[in-house]
Design a protein around this ligand. Structure first.
Ligand code: TYM
Length: 339
């Protein structure tokens, strides 16, 4: 019996993902990533972090960083991550992340980091703050993943390129020394890997997009969610069908499919004879119902700051134990004197 338990434990895959506390978490973050994180701990050994070290690569006020970080930590638990079963923590509470990141810098090529599209996009958006941290961002992300020997990294599409770079770094290190890191794979959901803005369906729905109508925030009230969906951009056709020239309707169908865990084809068939107005209302209602339990649980968690801090401490201590083991191995392999 004990042997059976041990075998099962050995077969369990390790999952790691993180989200950074910039702006307000969106429906894109939820459907592209967070929605699935709660269930992953049922079958995998799951670790999730609030990537607060990543947040300072863009200008952020201290008060905002503090508030966003607490909000996101609570939200991770509200979406279903179980702090007892899983490991949920603040990245800056585990110093191994910054340490491994420095070490991995030396196994990452300048050209590789220069090719990251997020670096290029963010540099364009804030030309007066193209700091070295922004450039180094994917290396810190690789450190996050590799410290925990993760097999699977569940993310939205925009993070896949960073996971690829992480694989390159891991392989390079393993080949230079000896197998040290598990080489992870990025995993995106079938529907929802890239949710677009409701007001500009060619752009990604982003946290920092401000309070405009194009972005649904996870913590928006039902009224606000309904209003934003009713204003969503569609097209001058009348058919609720996904298609190349129908970015707005395709985005709404994707949201409906992802929220209800159904295929786009099934979603299309449900709205075969619906008007755009009816369709938008139904997508709004489905989203409200999906987010309602998350908001309710979040509000409970935020009513006790001390309890939240205790959970942070416990999570960091579990994570640090695993991270330290990997880090020690890495120091030794490189040739550092350890005493
Ligand atoms: P972040 O904070 O930008 O986003 C968190 C997760 O949400 C996904 N996402 C989306 N998915 C679908 N549609 C959208 N519009 C959308 N917007 C965001 C992202 O792909 C991501 O999975 N660098 C990461 C955080 C990070 C990380 C890591 C992730 C730090 N270390 C290690 C994985 C592993 C980031 O900025 O995600």
């Amino acid at each position: 019996m004990n042997e059976q338990i041990q075998q099962n434990a050995e077969k369990r895959k390790r999952v790691f993902s993180a989200i950074k506390p910039t702006g307000n978490p969106t429906l894109g973050n939820y459907l592209g990533a967070m929605k699935y994180w709660g269930d992953m701990g049922k079958t995998c050994d799951a670790l999730f972090a609030v990537a607060d070290l990543h947040a300072i690569t863009v200008a952020i006020e201290p008060k905002e960083l503090r508030e966003n970080s607490k909000r996101l930590f609570a939200l991770l638990i509200a979406v279903g991550i179980d702090p007892e079963r899983d490991t949920v923590f603040m990245q800056s509470h585990v110093t191994a992340h910054a340490e491994l990141s420095w070490l991995l810098n030396n196994y990452t090529m300048f050209g590789e980091a220069s090719r990251m599209t997020q670096f290029k996009d963010k540099s364009k958006k804030a030309p007066d703050n193209i700091n070295v941290g922004l450039f180094d961002y994917p290396v810190l992300m690789a450190a996050d993943i590799l410290l925990y020997q993760a097999d699977i990294v569940p993310v939205g599409e925009d993070q896949l390129q960073h996971v690829e770079l992480c694989r390159t770094i891991a392989n390079r290190f393993n080949n230079r020394y000896s197998p040290t890191f598990t080489v992870p794979v990025g995993k995106i959901p079938t529907y929802g890997a890239r949710i677009h803005s409701l007001s500009d369906p060619t752009a990604k729905m982003g946290k920092s997009e401000g309070e405009g109508d194009g972005t649904i925030f996870i913590l928006d009230t039902p009224d606000v969610i309904m209003r934003k969906f009713k204003r969503a951009v569609t097209d001058c056709d009348t058919k609720v069908k996904a298609g190349k020239d129908k970015a707005g309707i395709t985005n709404l169908l994707t949201i409906y499919a992802a929220v209800n865990d159904i295929t786009i084809e099934k979603a299309e068939s449900e709205f075969e004879s619906s008007s755009y107005a009816e369709f938008k209302t139904r997508v709004g209602e489905a989203t409200v119902e999906a987010l309602r339990p998350v908001r309710e649980k979040y509000e409970k968690l935020r009513s006790d700051d001390n309890a939240l801090c205790e959970l942070m401490k416990a999570g960091a201590s579990k994570a640090a134990y695993i991270a330290r083991k990997t880090l020690e191995k890495v120091y030794k392999k490189i040739g550092f004197v350890r005493v």
